[in-house]
Ligand binder design. Structure first.
Ligand code: CMC
Length: 427
């Protein structure tokens, strides 16, 4: 505690402690505000509200910094693996070699799904969006894995976390296979987490699937870039759902539902669709003009961020990865050229400069995922797969926090004041 904040409200003057974290803005602790003054704070969208204490991820939006447990995202993306980052987020420290082997082994042993879940898929229409399938199947896991739903038992919490991380690639790959009418493939435990996912998605039982190491590395890096991002909308949803004591599978299903929206994880799908719609560089000014027009709801998808008021460090890595994947697969895609030129023009435009709108993680990810062969509808499902690591780590942190309470915001009520009921024949 470094200071106190004075507030004069409702005829009272009250002091509130100012709390200091390890880095980042101080926070005014207003927990006693209502009890002491009978007033609430009003902050729709939580633009100035810290909802919890957390030691997982730090973002400095002005400087474009993202740290997981203190490690910069650029270093993790270049030098580590998704499994290492998962271990780091869950356990607080990078694993030693033996710890990493053990963790890989544990996750690998949980990759299969209960066989009856395959039947569950058949209840969906073939054209169901993979995110609809993910919401349903992940929610249904609680009906299949009852033995890891006691949230008061740390061991069960860890088993549920491992199960979720391990099964998410299987669930996402099956959603894809179902949509294209191909048979589901069982996991292959001889492959890496990401290699196994590629095989379950693009392999067929009739042929051997050889994992391309460059593509495997690129996708693993994309997973790292999406692993966690502080108290974003879906993570806050997972925490809020979990605060009532709901089981982890139900909480992650809630997070998936929130992630789906185009302002959040759905932006990667929307961004690539937008780049296709623009189609050629000559049309960029028209779309920039639309994005600036207050009477047009259109926004540049993959641009802007609630926290970053500088270049999203994940977008930097993403742009570099596009080039690596294109080179390896010997492909080019005109939409990448459109994306590069759109970025260049927007960053020179006063509207985007003044509002500090930069490309975010979703701007380039779709270009890579599409080059690898994923249909746009799978993009947000891949985001959900990777973010599951952050969700379960944040959920575990919340449950272990002795100060944890059910999340229950209040409101500024603007509806009718009390009035008497009038029978229908008298209205
Ligand atoms: N294109 C054009 N104008 C924009 C954009 C954009 N992409 N983003 C924000 N603005 C404008 C907005 O109109 C507003 O202008 P004004 O102050 O004149 O009303 C100003 O910038 C601030 O926008 P806001 O909506 O109040 O800011 P926010 O912090 O509530 O929203 C955002 C952040 C990410 C929802 C928003 O920037 C956006 O809708 N971006 C496009 C969708 C997107 O790419 N989302 C992915 C985010 S990163 C991955 C993830 O978190 O899932």
């Amino acid at each position: 505690m470094s200071d106190t904040a004075k507030l004069q409200v409702a005829g009272k003057e009250v002091d509130y402690p100012v709390l200091t974290g390890s880095v980042g803005p101080d926070v005014v602790d207003i927990r006693k505000l209502y009890a002491q003054t009978g007033t609430f704070t009003y902050d729709p969208g939580f633009t100035s509200t810290a909802s919890c204490e957390s030691g997982l991820t730090y973002i400095d939006g002005d400087e474009g910094v993202l740290l997981h447990r203190g490690y910069p995202i650029g270093q993790l993306a270049e030098q580590s693996s998704f499994m290492e980052v998962a271990y780091l987020l869950l356990n607080g420290e990078l694993p030693g070699k033996d710890e990493l082997d053990k963790f890989n082994n544990t996750i690998t042993r949980h990759t299969m799904l209960h066989e009856q879940l395959a039947t569950f898929y058949r209840g969906f229409r073939r054209d169901a969006h993979p995110m609809a399938v993910m919401c349903g199947v992940v929610g249904a896991l609680s009906a299949f894995y009852h033995d890891s739903t006691d949230i008061t038992d740390p061991k069960q919490r860890m088993i549920a976390s491992h199960r979720l991380i391990a099964k998410m690639p299987t669930i996402a790959a099956m959603a894809y296979k179902y949509s294209v009418g191909q048979p589901f493939l069982y996991p292959d435990n001889s492959l890496s987490y990401t290699g196994n996912f590629l095989r379950m998605t693009f392999g067929v039982p009739a042929e051997e699937y050889v994992v391309n190491p460059v593509v495997e590395k690129a996708l693993d890096r994309i997973f790292i870039l999406h692993a966690d991002h502080e108290q974003n909308a879906s993570t806050s949803t997972v925490r809020l759902a979990g605060s009532s004591g709901a089981n982890p599978f139900a909480c992650i299903a809630a997070g998936i539902a929130c992630l789906w929206g185009p302002a959040h994880g759905g932006a990667n799908e929307a961004a690539l669709n937008m780049l296709h719609e623009i189609g050629r560089p000559e049309r960029i000014p028209e779309f920039i003009a639309r994005a600036k027009d207050k009477n047009d709801p259109f926004r540049l998808m993959g641009f802007g961020h609630r926290v970053y008021k500088n270049y999203d460090p994940r977008a930097t890595v993403m742009q570099k990865t596009v080039r690596e994947v294109f080179k390896e697969l010997n492909v080019s895609d005109p939409v990448f050229e459109v994306a590069l030129q759109l970025e260049e023009m927007a960053l020179k435009d006063d509207y985007f400069v003044e509002k500090k709108l930069f490309p975010n993680v979703d701007f380039y990810s779709g270009v890579i995922l599409s080059a690898i062969g994923f249909p746009t509808t799978m993009f947000t499902a891949l985001f959900a797969l990777a973010r599951t690591v952050g969700w379960v780590a944040q959920w575990n942190e919340m449950i272990s926090d002795p100060e944890q309470k059910i999340g229950r915001p209040r409101q500024l009520y603007t509806g009718p004041v009390q009035r008497d009921y009038v029978p229908v024949d008298k209205r």
